[in-house]
Design a protein around this ligand. Structure first.
Ligand SMILES: Nc1ncnc2c1ncn2[C@@H]1O[C@H](COP(=O)(O)OP(=O)(O)OP(=O)(O)O)[C@@H](O)[C@H]1O
Length: 774
């Protein structure tokens, strides 16, 4: 445990200094303050978080001065002339002489004009043009010329362009800074990296550089809210030094160390906020300790099959297959967690079709067997019906003497009379297992004793929707009340607890990324596939006449061999705006005609619930062999003997999404194939990654790198990973674990952060959970 001493005062000046207005920066004019504020830079903190996008350093110019290279030099002005060149045209030309260090054996520089130390002189020409008669008057010309005086030491960055004259270069898109300060001059002559700031809303890089330098001067050393022990243990710079070194590094290594500290902060405060929020929601000290211990010991826990409730064991035996080792471990691990006195918050991850559903069903059975209720929430009606029927068929297989749980379905389309009866059954406890869509979290749904909520495809529900289950409390067993009482807590406070939550995801996110998103979640992974599966043969083709002909031939072969085919379309109906997109309803007739001997079905989101159900039922039973569908089938649809899929306009979908779609085939033992048709040849390359790999983790990573982390998962429907200001999850993910551990350490010392007022203040300033949409 950490000692609490000086830390309690530590970081208090953070609030005082970092959150002062930009007006407090010495030498900042009121115009500059207004400009900054208009741009959203209200505080010193905001300004200091405007980080350089890159650094230029003089070493850039060591090797060669290549045409069009973006380089930076420090040198002296040797001439500055403002000249009237016509009736309404003038220009300023500044020539800067730079000593150029040549350590290349490049023939151009094996020159006579290099001195013995390998140095040579080059001349940079900077021109600025003015049009308009008012720019041709002498006073104007004198004034611009006097801004740059001969002998001034300057830092020049820009694109270089060789001139005819040897060793002379023209600078384009340049920036010129006069180095006034002796220290600054030396710093640059010592080859310090030079921060290159991004412009923002018309404010130029120089503007930021200038004000940030002044802000750094007033930054006190004692601004770090993170305790010294944590800094030492995780080898982190102090916050003050991190700000200094990110904005004004002596070397690029210094800038890297600073970046590491600032990334750590982004992750640390997110983890701290998550865990803090969870601890706050818990009543007793025992629960809090239990929670922290659980996260500290991330080793695998399990409850062996013998210890499961008889109902769960019976269902396991009645399954038409044996669980894979990793499915079995997953159930055991989840059941272990269900027996803890704190609400479980677990993510069950596994690639498409690996068999997550049955794992979740078994967990629900365990809860039901102990006398409580289970709810299973899925994102689409189609999936709810499928799961409902699946559970019924599994339960049917149980012997007659077994007491079977009562199961109900609740979706937006459940007829009023029926839904009233379901609501009543849930309230009285007559229904112990309910499967449904987001209707399950409506306020009017009152559970008698809900103890587990399974959320399938959890990223498709908003954070708030997921959290809604927490308000559907259940009463905790008496023995836990005794524990709570012995810890000095009043039993009333601990009478109710939030249900266990098991979220499922088929979007495989690397473990570290999952931690970033769900710092408070434990993770269970299914790493194998049921036996007998063969990888889906994947073909990427251009959707031209030749492409379609070969696809139709493949379909014919498949159908002759007794297979079933999904045709997936990006839209339901043709649209004038996007005429290149193929539409499911429009192609129904032509496909039906082309494959006259086979029956076709249609399935899309605009159909009524029972029509959708009927279409899927017919496809499942083989009444139809070709199903023209839209993305509605993307998640969870399970027709094990479907053996071919063709995706039209595949370029419209993301890689992870196509992987999900492809997961609808190859779910049985039949060899399957999937064709992605792209309407443009340019996008073929991007899709080819799917031909090479069927590993969801690999593809998710490829997608992440291709599109940036913003587009993979989501707080709403679209699926987004949180975007951090500087951290990039795909690269900096390893620092998450460290930040997680650090947050646990801090909270183990002080559950409510009372011993760390600086950290508490920082949390409320940063509001890190906003990143996740909380
Ligand atoms: N151990 C197993 N052996 C054989 N078949 C299995 C096994 N586990 C599950 N299955 C079958 O595999 C198919 C896919 O399972 P399930 O629908 O649970 O996968 P999932 O992980 O939820 O997939 P998705 O991410 O696509 O929803 C189902 O038909 C299921 O009955």
């Amino acid at each position: 445990m950490m000692t609490v001493g000086s830390e309690s005062l530590q970081g208090l000046s953070t609030e005082i200094t970092l959150d002062k207005t930009v007006k407090s920066i010495p030498g900042t004019t009121s115009k500059q303050c207004r400009q900054l504020e208009d741009c959203g830079f209200h505080t010193v903190r905001k300004l200091l978080h405007h980080f350089p996008r890159n650094y230029a350093d003089l070493q850039n110019a060591y090797g060669a001065v290549d045409d069009n290279a973006y380089l930076i030099f420090v040198g002296r002005i040797i001439s500055s002339r403002a000249i009237r060149a016509g009736y309404s045209f003038s220009f300023l030309e500044v020539v800067v002489q730079c000593e150029f260090v040549n350590n290349e054996t490049n023939s151009e520089f094996m020159c006579n004009d290099c001195d013995n130390g390998g140095k040579k002189i080059i001349y940079l020409h900077l021109k600025k043009f003015f049009r308009g008669t008012r720019f041709t008057y002498q006073p104007f010309l004198m004034s611009i010329q006097s801004k740059y005086e001969e002998g001034d030491c300057v830092c020049v960055s820009g694109k270089v362009k060789k001139m005819k004259l040897k060793n002379h270069y023209e600078m384009r898109e340049y920036n010129i800074d006069i180095l006034e300060d002796e220290e600054e001059k030396h710093a640059h002559l010592e080859c310090r990296p030079y921060p290159l700031y991004p412009s923002k809303a018309g404010l130029k890089p120089d503007f930021f550089r200038d004000i940030i330098v002044r802000a750094l001067k007033i930054l006190p050393a004692n601004i770090d809210p993170i305790p010294d022990e944590i800094l030492k243990e995780f080898n982190l710079l102090k916050l003050h030094d991190a700000y200094m070194q990110i904005h004004s590094p002596k070397t690029l290594d210094e800038a890297d160390l600073a970046r590491r500290r600032l990334i750590f902060d982004e992750f640390f405060y997110l983890q701290l906020a998550r865990l803090y929020q969870m601890l706050e929601a818990l009543g007793s000290h025992i629960e809090k300790e239990e929670l922290l211990n659980k996260y500290k010991n991330q080793e695998l826990h399990a409850v062996s099959v013998e210890e499961w409730f008889p109902l769960t064991k019976t269902l396991l035996k009645a399954l038409p297959y044996s669980l894979t080792p990793s499915q079995l471990n997953a159930v055991s691990e989840i059941i272990w967690d269900l027996k803890r006195p704190v609400p479980m918050n677990r993510l069950l991850q596994g690639d498409v079709g690996c068999g997550k559903t049955v794992v979740a069903f078994l967990a629900c059975m365990e809860v039901i067997a102990s006398g409580y209720q289970a709810a299973f929430m899925v994102p689409t009606e189609l999936l709810a019906i499928q799961h409902y029927e699946h559970v019924l068929s599994l339960l049917q297989a149980l012997a007659d003497g077994v007491c079977k749980p009562s199961v109900a379905l609740l979706t937006g389309s459940t007829p009023t009379k029926q839904s009233r009866a379901v609501l009543e059954g849930i309230k009285t406890g007559d229904i112990s297992f309910v499967i449904g869509t987001h209707s399950l979290i409506a306020e009017k749904v009152e559970f008698s004793n809900l103890r587990i909520a399974v959320i399938d495809e959890q990223h498709r529900f908003g954070v708030i929707q997921r959290g809604r289950f927490n308000s559907k409390l259940y009463s905790i067993p008496t023995n836990l009340r005794v524990d709570a009482a012995s810890s000095g807590q009043s039993s009333e406070e601990t009478t109710y607890m939030a249900p266990h939550v098991l979220a499922m995801s088929a979007t495989p996110i690397p473990r570290t990324l999952a931690l970033a998103l769900y710092g408070d979640m434990s993770i269970t992974q299914i790493t194998d596939l049921p036996p007998g599966r063969t990888p889906v043969e994947t073909i990427v083709l251009e959707g031209n006449d030749v492409g379609f002909e070969s696809v139709f031939q493949m379909m014919r072969d498949e159908l002759v061999a007794g297979g079933k085919v999904y045709l997936v379309y990006p839209v339901i109906e043709e649209s004038e705006q996007l005429p290149q997109l193929r539409a499911a309803t429009c192609e129904f007739d032509s496909i039906s005609k082309k494959f006259e001997e086979y029956k076709c079905g249609l399935l899309h989101g605009r159909m009524k619930s029972e029509q959708k159900d009927e279409a899927l039922r017919k496809f499942r039973t083989g009444e139809t062999c070709i199903l023209l569908a839209t993305q509605v089938i993307e998640i969870g649809v399970d027709v094990p003997d479907a053996s071919m899929m063709v995706v039209m306009n595949a370029e419209r979908f993301g890689i992870a999404q196509l992987h999900q779609l492809r997961g609808r085939v190859g779910r049985g033992t039949k060899k399957s194939r999937c064709v992605f048709l792209s309407s443009t040849s340019g996008t073929l390359e991007r899709l080819k990654v799917l031909e090479k790999s069927s590993d969801g983790f690999y593809l998710a990573q490829a997608d992440l790198l291709l599109r940036g982390p913003g587009n993979l998962l989501g707080k709403k429907q679209s699926g987004h990973l949180p975007e951090f200001p500087i951290a990039r999850l795909e690269i900096d993910g390893n620092m998450l674990q460290e930040a997680h551990l650090a947050a646990l350490k801090v909270l183990a010392t002080s559950n409510d952060l009372e011993c760390f007022p600086g950290l508490k203040a920082e949390l409320s300033m940063r509001q890190p959970l906003c990143i996740l949409g909380d």
